[in-house]
Design a protein around this ligand. Structure first.
Ligand code: H76
Length: 480
């Protein structure tokens, strides 16, 4: 079977079974745990400064940019509705032919400072950049392959320009890195022969070199987000995923690593054979959120979700009419929903090949930014509040501040609030607006009035509360 066909089949299987996106936690009683060499190296959340910073950032942007932006979902006159960054696979384009696109890579409108300003205006605190997607094309001049920006008409180090520009705006940079590399002759989907073993060993060495190169050239990078790690070849080499995590953590103190990199001694991914999360945060929530009820236990570990604006397009696709495109308010709702459940949200952008952004993405960034400027205090540094969810929207919380983020205004003009035992609502104020009346209707139940003038967009009410000591204890319990 040729590689691309195999790819397609693999992708189909993985889409059908949802292999890469399942958060599973099957904890065994401690005495029944098996001993693992390459399992979780820690139980529970990291509590160091770098991790706190990762968590408090809460809102990020994804940048998917590579050769796939040139065809934008169309190959030989046929438009494929699947994810644009997978076009090579959908259209079964051989690597040498695909890499010819490098000759056209010349983003004349690219201006890293403009990109960074756009991110700043949107209010994102970090940007995750595809250093190398599955196609194998590198945005930095890697010395370990010729498939890099250095050998395109553009020539310059795109990644370096981006890192500097984002950092100059005070925005953290995270690196997306696909281990699976469709253009490397030594990549293997599985290991079946001694020849496969030898090739894959060379491939892992190549990958180590690239990762060391990234960590050395761009030491301000705060996070590595691995993808393309689901193949049998990698599952059979769980040791290597543990080694990469350790290697990067030694090179870059404080760096955070996503769970998707990891496989344990038995090829179990994300969560090890004892049910413990590997890496620093769960990264399986791709284009979906944890279940608000069942998965609220996710507050026991850090997590980050990522989302596309159309149904499933990460790289630039020329035709967004092929699937539903979320409105800015829908995107905002997902951001708030994630934070209300104690997670981060990353919103994806797929820049055009010329280095500009499509107008829909510019509008999205501006709209979210305007809202964040006014209401960002309910996002940054906020967490799961532990209060019973109500139909009007979501709660978030930062220390003693409880925020009501209202997406569904009720005809009753009352927003019902139910507080945990011992917690009283003293006062309610619209963020950027006036105080609204609060009426206690029953013990631990309140009506918070809608603002007299409906704000006409999702809005935030900040509650001043009084918590009995026991309630504070309950709050801590809900987070453990
Ligand atoms: C499948 C898959 C990949 N993971 C997402 C974050 C995109 O990069 C997509 O191509």
């Amino acid at each position: 079977m040729n590689k691309t066909l195999k790819n397609c089949l693999l992708l189909l299987t993985f889409l059908a079974t949802g292999v890469c996106v399942h958060a599973q936690e099957k904890l065994l009683p401690a005495q029944q745990e098996i001993s693992l060499k390459y399992g979780a190296d820690r139980l529970g959340k990291r509590s160091d400064k770098a991790m706190q910073h990762f968590r408090e950032n809460r809102l990020g942007a994804f940048i998917h940019w590579g050769l796939y932006a040139i065809p934008g979902g169309e190959w030989n006159g046929k438009v494929y509705s699947g994810a644009a960054e997978w076009l090579k696979s959908w259209a079964k384009v051989p690597s040498d032919e695909w890499l010819q696109l490098m000759k056209q890579w010349n983003p004349t409108k690219f201006d890293a400072r403009k990109w960074a300003k756009m991110a700043k205006e949107m209010g994102v605190r970090y940007v995750k950049i595809t250093t190398k997607h599955h196609e194998g094309f590198c945005l930095w001049p890697s010395k370990y392959t010729k498939n890099t920006v250095e050998y395109t008409p553009y020539k310059k180090d795109l990644l370096g320009e981006m890192v500097k520009a984002y950092n100059d705006e005070g925005i953290d940079v995270h690196f997306y890195f696909s281990v699976m590399d469709w253009s490397h002759p030594d990549y293997r989907y599985d290991i079946k022969t001694p020849e496969d073993s030898a090739a894959f060993a060379r491939f892992l060495e190549f990958t180590d070199n690239q990762l060391k190169e990234l960590a050395t050239r761009y030491p301000t990078v705060k996070d590595f987000w691995f993808d393309g790690t689901w193949d049998a070849s990698i599952k059979k080499n769980g040791w290597w995923t543990a080694h990469v995590e350790q290697m990067l953590k030694e090179m870059l103190p404080g760096v955070t690593i996503n769970s998707r990199l990891r496989a344990d001694d038995y090829g179990k991914r994300h969560f090890d054979s004892n049910g413990h999360l590997m890496g620093d945060y769960e990264s399986g929530y791709e284009r979906r959120l944890p279940d608000p009820v069942k998965d609220l236990k996710v507050t026991r570990w850090d997590w980050e979700a990522c989302m596309t604006v159309p149904e499933n397009q990460w790289g630039y696709h020329k035709d967004w009419s092929l699937s539903y495109v979320k409105t800015p308010v829908e995107v905002l709702e997902r951001i708030v929903h994630a934070v209300s459940m104690g997670g981060n949200m990353v919103v994806n952008f797929g820049p055009q090949a010329d280095g500009d952004f499509r107008s829909e993405e510019k509008i999205l960034a501006t709209t979210i930014g305007r809202w964040m400027k006014k209401n960002g205090e309910c996002i940054y540094g906020c967490d799961y509040a532990g209060w019973e969810k109500q139909a009007w929207g979501y709660y978030t919380r930062k220390n003693k501040e409880v925020y009501m983020v209202v997406f569904n205004a009720p005809y009753s003009n009352h927003l019902v609030v139910k507080t945990p035992k011992g917690t009283k609502v003293l006062k309610a104020t619209v963020v950027g607006g006036k105080e609204v009346q609060v009426t206690e209707t029953e013990r631990n139940t309140y009506n918070v009035n809608m603002p007299v003038q409906n704000p006409g967009e999702p809005f935030v009410i900040k509650l001043q509360i009084d918590e009995a000591a026991s309630a504070a204890d309950n709050y801590r319990d809900a987070l453990t």
